[in-house]
Design a protein around this ligand. Structure first.
Ligand code: GLC
Length: 447
């Protein structure tokens, strides 16, 4: 709920950012459809009472799916001059044009929620049946292309693929990437305060990687072998794992009576094998010393020792054992004591903590939502409640910003932001009309 009486409501923001079946994260700064933004935003549309629009968001995202199954991180549905790097820089020849990397696939988990909590049962069944096969292919792509050696730990080829662009986790691996050898003009720093955005040093390497993908014709085998940035990314691994669990549950429970388990039998078998691999492989990323999980630079074979919210996302996937979950629970109080408008994306005691620079310290509400679910799933109810309260406090201070200064609550980045509005509608302050008439939970179990 926004503190500013004249400010647009969360639902108004979704409508303002609706460009016809897809919702831009915010106008100007991000003028296209982004992968995990779209998924989170679909929850907002549902909570605002527009279930058809929620499913439409999913369908429009899937319009960008590549033949090999990848769902890209940006779908360039239209033209826009306010964004760099746009379609011409990515150089992907398809319609609609897209970027050439993906993003954390929270989509499957969102679809399970849309299906289970939707009031219009006929619509939910029809849309699930129409979209689920594409999302199964998406998950198969991740395991096949990004974990060809079956470690149980998929990797990313770009910091943007983690969705956490300039997290301190990527400082080490990014140092192994050369800077781009060409002039370019950034658009982001003309639209928001540069002190809230990544530095030129990082951008030069981001753009190098984009060119590298293009020069290698986006060939999966070549990229796995030669990409100078290859990171087993703890947020990607965790969100993918939770999504796979949700996909398998949707098919097996078959609450919609669609016979999904038999039509997708082979795919389900493969997904379950990948699940088992991750359940084992994740333990290599646990740090007994820091008390959380870490990403791993697969090229340099180095664990990336930074305490970040990403490192607690295995909770969302049910991956930690009880002792590990407790350890992560003990971090939360300290984390919030120093940065109360939490949960700061990087632990405030880290030397790399910067409370308002993008992924180096601000709080992001969709991450908080996943963490709160994770803590709750592990019986850590108080930690979940603290994270939820801190999220409400951010909105109360600043309204619907992209992210929040975790020390002061000040809104940062883009304003009138879709995923923040959606998290308010769905999670933090749902309308009574949504909660009161919530459809009875279906029998679908997630475990
Ligand atoms: C930034 C964020 C990314 C998000 C995108 C659109 O690049 O780091 O996570 O998806 O903006 O909001």
């Amino acid at each position: 709920m926004t503190a500013m009486p004249d400010a647009p409501s969360a639902h108004d923001i979704l409508k303002l950012n609706d460009l016809g079946g897809y919702t831009v994260p915010t106008r100007g700064l991000y003028p296209f459809q982004w992968n995990w933004d779209a998924a989170i935003t679909a929850l907002g549309w549902m909570a605002a009472g527009d279930e058809a629009r929620a499913w439409r968001e999913v369908e429009r995202l899937l319009e960008g799916q590549w033949d090999n199954g990848m769902v890209p991180h940006i779908i360039f549905h239209g033209d826009a001059e306010t964004y760099f790097p746009g379609p011409e820089v990515w150089g992907v020849q398809r319609s609609p044009s897209t970027s050439a990397i993906s993003q954390p696939p929270v989509l499957a988990s969102v679809m399970k929620i849309l299906f289970e909590e939707g009031h219009d049962r006929a619509l939910a069944s029809e849309k699930l049946a129409a979209t689920l096969p594409a999302v199964i292919n998406y998950h198969l792509w991740f395991y096949r292309e990004r974990d060809p050696e079956n470690t149980g730990r998929v990797c990313s080829y770009h910091p943007w693929e983690s969705g956490m662009d300039n997290s301190p986790q990527w400082d080490g691996p990014l140092a192994g990437v050369p800077p781009v050898d060409a002039e370019y003009v950034r658009r982001d720093t003309g639209l928001v305060d540069p002190s809230e955005r990544p530095h030129k040093y990082e951008y030069d390497r981001y753009i190098y990687l984009v060119q590298f993908f293009q020069q290698n014709d986006h060939d999966g085998e070549v990229l796995y072998r030669d990409c100078p940035y290859r990171v087993e990314d703890i947020s990607l691994i965790s969100i993918l794992h939770r999504g796979t669990r949700d996909l398998v549950a949707l098919c097996e429970a078959d609450a919609a009576g669609l016979g999904l388990a038999s039509t997708h039998g082979e795919a389900l078998y493969s997904l379950k094998q990948s699940q088992a691999l991750t359940e084992q492989g994740i333990q290599a990323l646990w740090s007994e010393e820091l008390g959380c999980f870490l990403s791993h630079d697969a090229r340099a074979d180095v664990l990336l020792e930074h305490v970040t919210t990403a490192g607690m996302l295995p909770l969302f996937a049910g991956l930690p054992n009880a002792i590990q979950a407790e350890r992560m629970g003990t971090l939360v109080a300290d984390w919030l004591a120093e940065a109360p408008y939490g949960l700061a994306s990087t632990h405030p005691q880290s030397t790399r903590f910067e409370p308002k620079r993008y992924w180096r310290g601000p709080s992001w509400l969709h991450i908080n939502w996943m963490l709160a679910i994770g803590f709750e799933d592990h019986g850590l109810i108080q930690e979940a409640a603290q994270i939820k309260q801190a999220s409400k406090d951010c909105i109360a201070v600043a309204g619907y910003y992209e992210y929040f200064n975790s020390v002061t609550g000040e809104g940062c980045g883009g304003r009138d932001f879709s995923w923040t509005a959606a998290m308010d509608l769905y999670w933090l302050n749902p309308l009574e009309s949504f909660t009161a008439s919530k459809a009875p939970q279906s029998e679908v179990e997630t475990s």
